[in-house]
Design a binder for this molecule. Structure first.
Ligand SMILES: [Zn+2]
Length: 281
């Protein structure tokens, strides 16, 4: 069970984070409630070691969504509502991570390194995917579809760009140093290097899986009013027409599946002994 002090600490930090999110417009009211719940669960069961990587994802992804927002909007590929994300987006990106922390706490195995790896694999996949999208949108030319490398309009599911790929690969360099700071272990350098390998591989493969499903199974629609190709089932206040993919596989579903893939890859890297990771709590 979490100590009373940890509960008080988590409450204070989450209230501050929530107030700052309202000011920054990171999430809409539904996203605010769900991100409070996800953040609070992760803090009280996983303490700072698990909470800080989540916070980094939340803040940096939130800021990157806002960067040159007007330009992304002109491309027709910006997040709606000035980039404020809703509850479905929060759960699609943070739900698997929160579930891993709950399972770890419930089974008293929060100190097992493969579970920390799985947690970071889930978080960093969502983070790498968000950064790849938001930074990729700043690329001056059209992205290309990951399956056949043909140019596609900006914002098309499965589209990749050089900026996005670099962002995807570098995202580990922000999450891992912060995690190592709170890692209760002697040899921080080897933990840092091993975590860097685990997080880079799992987040890259997880977010690449996201692009592959985005390019194949994810539903893509065409607006009956303005003719725009979109991943939304409603555009210009009218129901859109399915162009390709499966109706029920939307962006949130793809994100959720990708975080599961990222978590499994990171878990296997440690569990198999391919990348050693020791933590003592
Ligand atoms: Zn339209």
């Amino acid at each position: 069970m979490p100590s009373l002090w940890l509960i008080i600490e988590a409450t204070i930090v989450m209230v501050i984070v929530t107030l700052l999110s309202i000011k920054a417009g990171f999430v809409d009211p539904s996203g605010l409630l769900s991100s409070f719940i996800v953040g609070y669960i992760i803090y009280i069961f996983g303490d700072k070691l698990f909470f800080i990587p989540l916070l980094i994802f939340y803040v940096i992804a939130g800021l990157m969504t806002k960067v040159r927002y007007e330009e992304k909007k002109l491309k027709g590929a910006a997040e709606e509502k000035l980039g404020a994300r809703g509850w479905k987006n929060v759960l699609a990106n943070g739900g698997v991570a929160a579930a891993i922390v709950c399972i770890s706490a419930y089974t008293n195995s929060i100190s097992r390194p493969e579970l920390l790896a799985a947690y970071l694999g889930a978080i960093s996949t969502a983070y790498a995917d968000t950064l790849a999208t938001e930074i990729g949108l700043l690329y001056p030319r059209e992205p290309r579809l990951i399956t056949n490398m043909k140019p596609v309009p900006a914002g098309m599911p499965g589209g990749v760009s050089p900026y996005g790929t670099v962002a995807q690969l570098l995202s580990a360099f922000t999450i891992v140093p912060a995690t190592v700071l709170f890692l209760p272990i002697g040899d921080k350098l080897s933990a840092f290097l091993n975590l860097l390998v685990i997080v880079t591989i799992s987040s890259f493969l997880g977010s690449t899986f996201d692009s592959l499903i985005g390019a194949t199974a994810q539903a893509v629609y065409k607006c009956r009013i303005c003719g725009k190709v979109t991943e939304k089932s409603v555009h210009c206040n009218a129901e859109t027409q399915l162009l390709r993919g499966i109706k029920y596989i939307d962006n949130n579903m793809v994100n959720l599946l990708a975080t599961i893939v990222g978590a499994i890859i990171a878990y296997m890297l440690v569990y198999s002994g391919l990348v050693p990771l020791k933590i003592e709590m």
